[in-house]
Design a protein around this ligand. Structure first.
Ligand SMILES: [Fe+2]
Length: 207
């Protein structure tokens, strides 16, 4: 079991990284965005807090990134917990929400598509099925709240206020570092800013 994030160094290849990931569940490599490169970093300087895989049919419990290379001044990843105290979580049980992927595409706050047709395809494939705002696992309650969740009336503002006020855990990248995030109970983003250092990460989801 992983508590928020696990960092394992000296994993020599992505294949080895996937073997480690397999200890935590079924590894899925059939992803749209397998490789995270500097191009993505340069086109999105202010990435929104998000969970990986929100746009696909299932929601990965863990999300893993393995670092192939990272120069000095390479981008830094930030992560915060979305776990909730029982008293807060129980106020929002049985609420259903959806994500506004169009907003993230229009604002370019997640990924900048080179072609409009690619953005349209992404929006079309995006998961529009309502999801429970609050869920629980063996450790307790967590929420799917994130900045691009649809909340026109501000009904769930309290959750955002709680989560975004939390201490941020910082992950710096170096070659052969594997990071496994507890994706269902955290949000992450690239630390805002511009970076000169190149970095290549490989992604895997764990069901
Ligand atoms: Fe991500």
């Amino acid at each position: 079991m992983i508590d928020m994030v696990k960092i394992i160094d000296d994993i020599p290849s992505f294949q080895d990284a996937c073997q480690v990931c397999a200890e935590y569940g079924t590894v899925d490599l059939e992803l749209d965005l397998k490789k995270v490169t500097q191009e993505e970093v340069n086109t999105v300087p202010l990435q929104t807090w998000h969970q990986d895989g929100s746009h696909v049919r299932y929601f990965p419990k863990y999300s893993a990134l393995w670092c192939e290379m990272a120069e000095e001044d390479a981008p830094i990843t930030q992560i915060i917990s979305t776990r909730l105290p029982d008293a807060i979580a129980e106020k929002y049980l049985y609420e259903w929400v959806t994500m506004d992927f169009k907003k993230t595409i229009d604002e370019g706050s997640f990924y900048k598509f080179k072609k409009k047709s690619h953005a349209r395809l992404y929006a079309m494939k995006a998961n529009k099925t309502p999801m429970a705002l609050v869920e629980a696992d063996e450790k307790g309650y967590f929420t799917r709240w994130c900045p691009f969740m649809k909340d026109d009336e501000g009904k769930y503002k309290q959750l955002g206020d709680i989560i975004l006020a939390r201490d941020i855990t910082t992950i710096e990248w170096k070659p052969n570092r594997l990071v496994i995030m507890e994706n269902h109970a955290t949000l992450h983003r690239r630390k805002p800013g511009t970076y000169n250092g190149d970095r290549v990460l490989w992604r895997a989801y764990i069901k």
